[in-house]
Ligand binder design. Sequence first.
Ligand SMILES: [Zn+2]
Length: 171
Amino acid sequence: MAELKTTQIVGNPHLEGKYIAEMDMWPLEDPALNRLYPFYDNMKQSRWTTTKCKKCGYISYPPGVACPNCWSDELEWIDLPRTAKVVGMTETLAGAPTGFDSPLIIAWLGFDKAHPLKHLLVRIINCQAGQLKIGDEVKFVTFEVPAHPMDVKKESKTCERVYYAFEPIKK
Ligand SMILES: [Zn+2]
């Protein structure tokens, strides 16, 4: 059995370094199990990307395997600008869902006109309670998610994982 990582920023329950696979909320990001694996591969290089339709130009977020506008599956990966402004937010100081530490900060972000996205609801990390204000600038950031064992063609291996959130831009 491969050594499993534990991380500072958790999203699933840990019990003495082991966690319950049934309660795992993170995707398996390996090409053998996930058609959107480029999203995670790019994230491992700190890139925030999504899919753009080669036929009609429609940009989807989250990324997909077919265009929701014209149903073409000829898509390309594009990089998204990585900064935004906080439009609204909540801070859960106690009673955060299982596996999340308090404060759990969730923000409604607004992007500038040149950005393919208008808004995004996202988790804010690396931020103390009471620190974030509406109007603050935040940026895309990745963090390690506990690795997960997986079976591919009768072989067990470890699926290394990352995910993203936003964090305040230090002034
Ligand atoms: Zn399309």
